[in-house]
Design a protein. Structure first.
Length: 360
């Protein structure tokens, strides 16, 4: 890894110590100055390091001044830079996991050299967690480009072969209700793997028959599965197979056959909905009206982190959700051609509720 490092006069001695330390870690170090304790203005060093990081001339940057504040402000003026001022290893770790920080700012008058070494090591060794954090970092990039108003949620097309095979079976009009229900549950379980990819982990130890192993477990994050009645019920069982501790909520919405607008009639949610990562499930994302309304109901009741999971979606529905709720990612197994004049997805799979429960 190639590291660009720089400091003003206040951070010179710490910089020199970190250069030696980084070399011991087999890092390639590029020193941007300063070269003594003679008074130096921090922007004169901070800008060159930040520009080198933004241009990928170095992999990461380290900037040091008395408090670390000046250097972090300068670095963050350069598009493409995400500088984090870290005073302990915990902040350093989170700045990488959650923010994908590419410059570490340190305060030589705030922390010791030994603390700086520990912070630097964690910063350089920690990987970006991605997932929902990637969406947020992308919005920073869009803001830098002056396009923050068009930041949209991500659409995740889950095209695993097993999912696509089972999706083909439920599209088949000859598939009966029992097989349809079983297949919807199976697809939901498989999709849950991708939907929960960004659940946070924490380190632990476990004793195996052969000794003690370093291991990782989900760090106690609460999950809620919210079904849009009635078709969403068919996806709940499959999700619970993978996340059995999740709480389940229900939102009742039906679509007026004349206006195609959603009408709500029921809402029952876990009392701590605001503290949970919510997975909103509904097999079909057609016009987007029901999904948009369901998301609004959740937000009105304090929900802050929502993912929408559907089996089949139409471009019209995706567009409506993104325009109304750009903070909600969409997970789907298929994006079909369009809607017909009755608001059904083409080719779709028909009315998911009727096919689940054998009604017309």
């Amino acid at each position: 890894m190639k590291i660009g490092i720089g400091s003003d006069h206040a951070g010179f001695e710490m910089k020199e110590s970190l250069k030696t330390y980084l070399s011991s870690l087999r890092m390639e170090v590029v020193d941007f100055g300063c070269q003594s304790t003679v008074s130096t203005d921090y922007p004169d060093i901070g800008y060159p390091v930040a520009k080198a990081v933004a241009a990928s001339k170095v992999d990461k940057g380290i900037l040091i001044c008395g408090a670390g504040v000046g250097m972090s402000i300068v670095a963050n003026k350069v598009p493409g830079v995400r500088a984090a001022l870290a005073g302990n290893v915990h902040v350093a770790k989170l700045s990488r996991e959650h923010n994908n920080a590419n410059i570490l700012a340190l305060g030589s008058r705030v922390i010791s050299v030994d603390e700086a070494k520990a912070i630097t090591k964690v910063f350089l060794e920690t990987e970006f967690a991605g997932g929902r954090h990637a969406r947020r970092v992308d919005k920073i990039t869009m803001g830098e480009a002056g396009k923050e108003e068009i930041c949209m949620s991500r659409v995740h097309l889950i095209d695993h072969p097993l999912i696509q095979h089972k999706l083909t079976l439920i599209r088949d009009k000859t598939t009966g209700s029992k097989d349809f229900r079983d297949l919807v549950a199976e697809i939901s379980t498989l999709m849950a793997y991708e939907v929960t990819r960004d659940l946070p982990l924490e380190d632990t130890k476990v004793e195996t028959p052969m000794g003690v192993a370093d291991a990782r477990v989900i760090s106690g994050k609460k999950v809620g599965i919210i079904a849009v009645l009635r078709a969403g019920l068919g996806m709940v069982e499959g999700m619970l197979r993978l996340i059995p501790a999740a709480k389940v909520g229900h939102i009742g919405i039906y679509r007026d056959p004349e206006t195609l607008k959603p009408i709500d009639y029921y809402c029952k949610l876990p009392p701590d909905v605001g503290d949970r990562d919510l997975i909103l499930v509904d097999p079909m994302l057609a016009t987007g009206g029901s999904a948009t309304s369901a998301i609004r109901f959740l937000k009105e009741r304090g929900a802050a982190n929502i993912k929408l999971v559907v089996l089949v979606s139409a471009p019209e529905g995706i567009k409506m959700v993104q325009e109304n709720h750009p903070d909600v990612d969409i997970y789907t197994a298929a994006i079909d051609k369009c809607l017909n004049s009755h608001g059904y997805i083409v080719p779709g799979l028909g009315d998911a509720g009727d096919r689940l429960f054998g009604t017309k």
